[in-house]
Design a protein around this ligand. Sequence first.
Ligand SMILES: Nc1ncnc2c1ncn2[C@@H]1O[C@H](COP(=O)(O)OP(=O)(O)OP(=O)(O)O)[C@@H](O)[C@H]1O
Ligand SMILES: [Mg+2]
Length: 348
Amino acid sequence: MFGKQNRVVGLDIGSSEVKALEMQRVGGDGYAITGFASSRIHTPEETRLAVKEVFRSGGFRTRRVVTAVSGRSVIVRYVNMPQMPQEQLRSAVRYEADKYIPFEVEEVILDTQILERDTGRGEGQQPEMKVLLVAVKKSLIEEHVALLRECGLQPAAIDVDAFALGNAFELHTICSNREREFDDKVVALIDIGANKTNINILRGKTSYFTREVYLAGNDFTEAIARRLGIDEAEAEALKIDPRDRVGEVEECILPTLDDLGNEIQLSFDYFENQFEKEVEEVYISGGSAKLPGLARTFEGSFDKPIVFWDPLENLPMRTERIDQKSVLARAGQMAVVVGLASRIRGRL
Ligand SMILES: Nc1ncnc2c1ncn2[C@@H]1O[C@H](COP(=O)(O)OP(=O)(O)OP(=O)(O)O)[C@@H](O)[C@H]1O
Ligand SMILES: [Mg+2]
């Protein structure tokens, strides 16, 4: 049985691309990447075909997948609650669900996790704890599972993009032997994709704030198309490879970049006010991290060190089935898929 369960495929169904990465447990604590495939999506209708395509071309040796949901049907809340055992927590949250989530409790699947057992005393002088609450609309999960089953896949776990990003970062600190350094450090992870930007603020291994901002790669492409009066396919190509027109591209996207920087700054402000702790470093990933001018704009807006990190750095890779060069060239885009596959490290 162990032989069967020692691999999983992280399946990141993004809005522009499906990425699948197989991870294998090796020995007790070890793991290695044993496969990778991706397939572009041009319209949402192509998603199912793209998922099938990555499993056709990836040569994976398992059909067990860890995927993620995201979007407006996914609600993440960080709440203070009176201290109670984990077993009681779920029913307590269900009972008060309307306080925290904008949907009927019958409509959602709820998950809870105690983040800090003792956060002091609340207004009623009761000892409190900090709880992470995730509510996902049942209809979204059902649709998602139906898609996976249609593609002949077995869902092993369904995650949330922002937490997958956090898991990838945790793995990164472990692989780089830098876990200690991040024990108490506050870092912001920012993943800038095609449709959305995910923000996850961590202190040590714990997430204290997540948010999705619907401003990302597609908006930059649109800005270029609009400003230069060209179609989107042309604008996309120019954005990705601007060559000697880099100045022109930067000028087109600067207002959108400023908007994104402001949205991220608002999240930092919220976190810093709430927790009286500063975000110390900003870690950027996602396909749009390579955008010309992004580093300069963000450095100016945040006044914090910015790191373009590589989620594949120091991760053992079995290269016989992987086109390593093309994967490494796009390493910055792999954070979510690595985080999903990294769930092989825990119990699945
Ligand atoms: N070299 C580059 N320069 C600028 N943008 C790029 C570059 N390469 C890719 N992109 C952009 O990155 C985006 C794709 O990134 P990613 O794979 O992280 O998105 P996704 O996961 O499909 O989307 P989402 O998470 O928003 O659903 C696209 O908008 C693409 O235009
Ligand atoms: Mg993505």
